[in-house]
Design a protein around this ligand. Sequence first.
Ligand SMILES: [Zn+2]
Ligand SMILES: [Zn+2]
Length: 340
Amino acid sequence: MKAVMFFGPQEIKLVDVPRPEPGPGEVLVRIGAALTCGTDFKAYRQGHRVLLGDLPAPFGHELAGTIEAVGEGVTRFKTGMRVVAANSAPCDNCFYCARGQNQLCDNLRLHNGAYAEFNRVPAQIVKHNLYELPGSLDFKEGALAEPLACAIHGADVMNVQAGERVAIIGAGTMSLLLVQALADRGAKVLVIGRNPERLAVAKRAGAELTVAGDEKEVHAAVKAWADGVGPDCVFEAVGKSETWQQAIGLVRKGGRVCLFGGCAMGTRIPVDAHRVHYEQLHLQGVFHHTPKYNSQAVEHLARGKVKSELLISASIPLAEVPAYFARMHQQSNPKVAVIP
Ligand SMILES: [Zn+2]
Ligand SMILES: [Zn+2]
């Protein structure tokens, strides 16, 4: 079969590899659509030890397709079923899994290989994190379940309530998914970004207001929008030290800050410790997803709650993936669907 493999930073190639056979507990999926993701672009630029492991590595992690074959012992899934697979599954056996913190599982392994004709889904994912696609969803829409699960996870951990005012820093794909997950809970959402086109899309996705400009202007506009005091909750969806600091600076007294964008290893930020204590700020990191949020994401998509056309700009064939990454790796938005 054809597969795009990662050989090193800025070196991915379409190659012929043996078509995998599903082992016990595994299924083989014929990929219907894979979606490009900011994480893949980050990995393309600089490599990604956690995501990719040993090289050359299978590449791409958002996928939906049809089950081509099932391994021994698989009973919940049958050949011909349309499915979406998450890119990890918890072990259900460690300290963290025992406490329901599946995203922090000590044995979480990230699964790749979406940019290929077929993907062999590991037994652990088949067991905990593989979902049948409702008939209303096509493969592209179904493949949004994984990033949407991250957004739903963030909104849930922050316990966002109807009527609350929530600001999101960043106008990328994750931000658009956050807008939709937060609006679904009845929150009023404001998006802070730089690119006017992306901000227009954020509005169409459900943001009440979008704001651009220098930090002072942004601060004033956000405060004015949020009852003159600041948002109840601020999501940082960029992953840079400046925007982490901006998020902490924007939230109202007693507010919650969701540090959603992952910073590079070794990143440090100064924090106004006086303000955190006396203004009782809640700073919360949120990472990844769990099976609970993946199944909610599939339901959410099936209810037609996500404007997928705002998130996925085009479709490309598998053979075009290397050239597409070479051309687009500086700007990871919006997503494209890779159709083998
Ligand atoms: Zn992703
Ligand atoms: Zn575990």
